[in-house]
Every structure is written in C-alpha cells, then in structure tokens.
Design a protein around this ligand. Structure first.
Ligand code: ADP
Length: 435
C-alpha cells in the first residue's frame, strides 16, 4: 500500500472517546492511527489518513485542557492535516466550569485569529441512541438531563439544551441549525452556516437524528478547518476523501493474532456498566469488587485483587470492578471527596491492570473513559492500531508497550455508556473469531 499523509487530525478529550472516533473512521475504510498524548518523536511521519491524538483532558482544569489541545493542534498541523476534529463525548460530558467551550475557543483562535472563525457542536450518534433535536440532546427517549448522566461521578449533566450549555462555556455567540434545515440536505446546511457566520455567530449547534443526517452534515463540513463533535459526525466525513477510502478498502481493521489470558477492569459507574457487571456475575463468572474505602484506609487492595485473579485466569475471563450504583458512589464521594475518590480508584485499577498483564493477560477490556485513560498511561501505551468493532463506539485495538516489548496487547476501551449487556463476554468471543 502506498504511503500517504494524513488529511484529518483529531483531538479527543478522553481515551475511550478517541478509539470510538477512530473506530467510526476505520469502518469507512480510512486508515487510522491513534496516539496516546502528543508523540514526543515529532519528526516521525505517520502513514495514515487520520491521526487521533488521545488526551485525558475532559475533567482537568480548563487552562490545562486548552494548553494540551493547542500542543496537539500544532503537532497535527506539522503532520500536514487539512481539517481538525475536536472530539468530546456523545453525552457532552463537561465539568460545570466546562472544557468544551474554552478548548473550542482556543482552537478557533489559533486557526482563524482571536474571536474569528466558525465551527459546529454536534454530539449526535444515532446508532448509540444519541440524537440532537431543537438543540436538545437526547439519550434514547430521555433528555440528557433526565438520563443517568445527571448522576455522573465527575461530569453530571443537568441541562439538555446544548445552545445554553455551550453558550455558558464559550466567548463566541452560539446559535442553532435546526432540523428543518438539516433535513433539506448539505446545500441548505452550508447556506445556514454562512448565514449564521454573517450574523456574527461563532458556534452552531446542529440537529441530527439519524445517519442520513450525519452524511448530509458531513458534506456541508467539507473544508471547514475545525469541527467539534462526538464521534457520530465522523461517519459523514470520510466521503469528502472518498478516493482514499476506496484505496484503503476492506481490511483497514485487521489486527495481529490475539494471545494470552483475558480480563476485564471496570471503573465506570454508569447504568450501562452496572448492568454489564451484573450480567457477568449472573453468568457465574469470577468477579472481584474493589472497595474505594479500603484503598483509602491503606489496605493492599491491588495485591488482594491480583492474588485472587492468579488461579482463576487460566479458566477464562475474570472481572475486577469498582463499578457501583449511584447511592454507593455518592456515599464514597461524601467521605473522600469526588476528585480523591476518582483518583484513588483509577490508580488502584491501573496498577491492577499492570499486574494482570504481568500475570499473562494479553486481552484486556477496560470500562470507563477516565479509567481507560489511567490504565493506558500505566501500561505505557503510545500508539494503537484500531481493529474490529465490538459494539458501536468500541473497537478492539492492538498496542505495543515499551514495558512488554515482545508482547502484543489487545485492549478494548469501553466508554461507560456503551455496549450491550453481555459486552464483557462477547468482546473476547469476537476477538477470537476475527483474529
Ligand atoms: P464513565 O466512562 O462511565 O464516565 P469513568 O471511568 O470516566 O467512567 O468515570 C468513573 C469515575 O468514577 C472514575 O474516576 C472512577 O475512578 C470513579 N469510581 C469508580 N468506582 C467508584 C466508586 N465505587 N466510588 C467512587 N468513585 C468511583
């Protein structure tokens, strides 16, 4: 295959979000490389159509998120990309201070000059039940603010009106491209972009309720220097480089053969993940609960978890989880504080993941965006090849780590809200069938 330079450069605000985005682009036949953070080896050219830089910037202070995103932007520009894609969660997760607005402002300022430029906001991902209508984000049949997201441990979302949420975070004027325009197709959407820009609008929330809408919006985004969105909008973009998608063809998702033992580490407390943990346990499979208060009390929870896992691993996948229902999470947070509880659990789970790999686990599912970020950093992963999709938004990936130079690790990073109830077992079956 002929070497090519990347055309699309993506900055994702968490690690599961990055693989979710890369997955949607690979499904369209584009070759994608995902980097963990900005590579220090700036000179090495990347042979791919798309580069996704995975940051862990969703919940850090806004100034740091801006700084990291600008470093990523400069590196992607040095790779020659024509379009930048700032990827956030399809439930628009942001802290009350909000990082999505400040990062969008900083990227627009860098690309167009202070206060200038125009971009969209669109977290819609209809295949995963995320739709935007009249500027309001729906999760299935519920408004975002009525969904489980209102109880998220780090980024509770209590307002579904994206125009209002984004306006509270950005210096620019925010308006809407309503469904009545989107349903007329790409030409009407592009005309609305131009009209809004002429009125001094800098950010347009775009309605979208199905994949056909994503394709029309995608066409209208051709040539826009910055796109901000969930991963769904990525479904509509590759058609703008259709010559490349045809060349890459089938097989863009092929991974090396999977080997070794299987495990799941779960730090997500979403309703979806709670259901997946319950399903795994109800199947009679081995599961170990990590107690955040025991970690805080100084118990060797990591050691206990690994000693528990060692004899069980040869018989099939094991699950080690901190996942809990919202009342239990709130009780822990009341004692430890939200940030400290999150850090303690992420630290313990990432050390457990490292220990599992040392025990021979080469196939690892990680549940939770922040949790995945911590695990991937602890494993020393730098680049990931994107493989077959397990469920919308979650592919298997193959990674090399300097810590285990002779092993290929297969990782699946599952955002809390994603995956069917049997995800923790079917993921391994799919990898076996496809590699
Ligand atoms: P999701 O993808 O569902 O948002 P994340 O991993 O991003 O999952 O966020 C979950 C956060 O909750 C993490 O910081 C994790 O460490 C923390 N957490 C996990 N289990 C518990 C628990 N039992 N009590 C308090 N916090 C927890």
């Amino acid at each position: 295959m002929q070497t090519r330079h990347p055309v699309l450069g993506c900055i994702a605000d968490d690690f599961t979000g990055a693989t979710d985005l890369a997955n949607n682009l690979v499904r369209s036949g584009l070759r994608a490389v995902q980097t963990i953070g900005v590579p220090s080896d700036a000179a090495a050219p990347i042979d791919a159509d798309v580069i996704v830089v995975a940051l862990k910037s969703r919940t850090i202070p806004a100034a740091e998120a801006v700084e990291q995103s600008l470093v990523a932007l400069r590196w992607l520009q040095s790779q020659g990309v024509a379009q930048i894609y700032f990827k956030y969660c399809s439930t628009f997760d942001s802290t009350p201070q909000g990082n999505i607005g400040p990062v969008t402002d900083a990227l627009l300022d860098a690309l167009h000059g202070p206060g200038n430029g125009f971009t969209i906001v669109c977290p819609a991902f209809p295949e995963n039940q995320r739709t935007v209508f009249k500027g309001h984000l729906f999760v299935g049949d519920l408004l975002l603010s009525d969904s489980g997201m209102r109880q998220h441990p780090l980024t509770p979302m209590t307002d579904a009106n994206l125009v209002r949420v984004m306006q509270s975070q950005t210096q620019r004027k925010v308006d809407l491209v309503p469904y009545g325009i989107v349903s007329q197709g790409a030409t009407a959407i592009a005309a609305r972009f131009a009209a809004l820009q002429a009125q001094g609008v800098g950010v347009a929330v775009v309605d979208a309720i199905n994949n056909a809408d994503l394709m029309e919006i995608g066409k209208a985004l051709a040539g826009m220097p910055l796109v901000t969105a969930g991963s769904g909008i990525a479904i509509g973009l590759p058609q703008n480089w259709s010559n490349r998608a045809e060349q890459a063809g089938i097989g863009a998702d092929r991974l090396p053969q999977a080997t070794g033992l299987c495990a799941v580490v779960s730090g997500s407390c979403s309703q979806t993940t709670n259901g997946q943990v319950l399903d795994f346990r109800q199947q009679g499979r081995p599961a170990f609960a990590v107690d955040p208060l025991a970690i805080a009390a100084g118990d060797d929870v990591v050691g206990h978890a690994l000693a528990w896992a060692r004899p069980l691993l040869p018989q099939g996948p094991v699950l080690i989880y901190a996942t809990a229902e919202s009342t239990a999470v709130q009780a822990v947070q009341a004692k430890l504080g939200v940030a400290r509880a999150g850090e303690l659990v992420e630290d313990a789970l990432s050390r457990i993941a490292v220990g599992l790999v040392d025990l021979g686990v080469h196939q690892l599912v990680v549940a939770g965006g922040e949790t995945s970020g911590a695990v991937v950093q602890a494993l020393g992963v730098q680049r990931m090849a994107i493989g077959p999709q397990i469920d919308p938004g979650v592919p298997w990936t193959a990674v090399q780590s300097a810590q285990w130079p002779n092993k290929t690790l297969h990782l699946a990073l599952k955002s809390g809200n994603f995956g069917t109830v049997d995800f923790f077992t079917k993921a391994f079956a799919l990898l076996k069938a496809t590699s």
